[in-house]
Design a protein around this ligand. Sequence first.
Ligand code: PXG
Length: 455
Amino acid sequence: MLDTRTTDDWQALDGAHHVHSFTDPALIASGKTRVVVRGEGCQIWDSDGRRFLDGMAGLWCVNVGYGRQELIDAVTRQMAELPFYSNHFQSTTPAMTALAHRLSTLTPEGLDHFLFTSSGSEANDTVVRMVRYFWKLQGAPRKRIFISRTMAYHGSTLAAASLCGLPHMHAMDGGTLPDFAHIVHPHWYGLGGTLGKDEFGLQAAQALEQRILELGPENVAAFIGEPVQGAGGVIDPPSTYWPEIQRICRKYDVLLVADEVICGFGRTGSWFGAQTFGITPDVMTMAKGLSSGYLPIAAVAMNRRVFETISGGGHLAHGYTYSGHPVASAVALANIDIIAREGLVDRVREDIGPYLHETLARLTDSPIVGEKRGIGALAALQLIKNKATREPFTVEEGAGIFCREACYARGLIVRAVGQSIVLSPSLVITHAEIDELAEKLADALEETVRHFRLL
Ligand code: PXG
């Protein structure tokens, strides 16, 4: 049936009934909902027929681009054959077992066991339960504390929100749960002062050792971090950082958990961010690029030590109705096939990653751009009031949001994280699209410079 509703109709209905994620409800109530109706490659269209270049791949997730017939076919086939069966009580379906096997060929050495969930938040929540269970079975039940970082995003469920290092996430419902601690995030430009990058990377990692010693290693269960912090503003750490974090975790027998929800499936130029940064975590979570967002699916990967320990505990009192959902598993398998067949991981590392970063580096000539950071198909431009002193814009000045809106007005979707403009395009983005993105962004930056009278 042809739907004849207009943008105004959708906005009115939306304001009346729909509670949005990470949005001020007042904007929705006043009819400012953007109604997105179609996607193809790296482009999306709104309900007024306006085209946008999607610099965010949806929400850091549409790695293979929109409109892939192969994924639609995989869904249709699995729907017809078996739309649902669970993995509870000794059952499986071929799609979920095949996906677990396929993932074991892609993850770092030893991470061969997979527990499926439907979202990154559930995956990280699951990690909190599994890791505490692991230590209990290891005879160390006091090891319960999780250490994460400021500016981290790990999800919106209770435990995942406690893992986050974003003050507004904690402020909403009165703080974190017990047994969550945070250390500083490794952002050299913002926090490094006069230190060189490598030295700062080591210092930022050594904050973990200090915190473990303060809390007592006998109380610390795990450290969790995104290889590159995404929603916190695309913070790629100095190369000294992750190996030092790994050394400290091993020294105190603290499990190392990599949250690969954004970094997984090619985004940093390897299948997983851990591989890009040369570490082997004990546990990893993944979501988003696992299915390129076509259906909700996520996973927790565990190494042999973790898996064998929790297997020794008998009946596992954990699971979700949709763990390993066959249709989501089928689309994830087909998505991984596309990434592998089209060489998208190598493409990020050797082609579009370098091209994106070279192109964006030219924008640092702007008086408002203090730093370009990121790696592979993850990038950010830090907007700054005074380049010489690195004086930042305040939240009230809102340079980030001003520039983001200027990008939207030019048909480019970007994210503003604080006073940074963040990009995470599909891995199929072309050079011509990167040129278009940079042109629109340069223009939006110019408008922002004029608005804040920086010339
Ligand atoms: N870990 C990381 C690193 C994420 O980026 C999650 C976990 C949670 O995944 P789910 O599937 O439960 O959303 C995420 C999600 C933003 C933004 O502000 C980013 C995410 C979610 C919402 C907003 O860019 N990433």
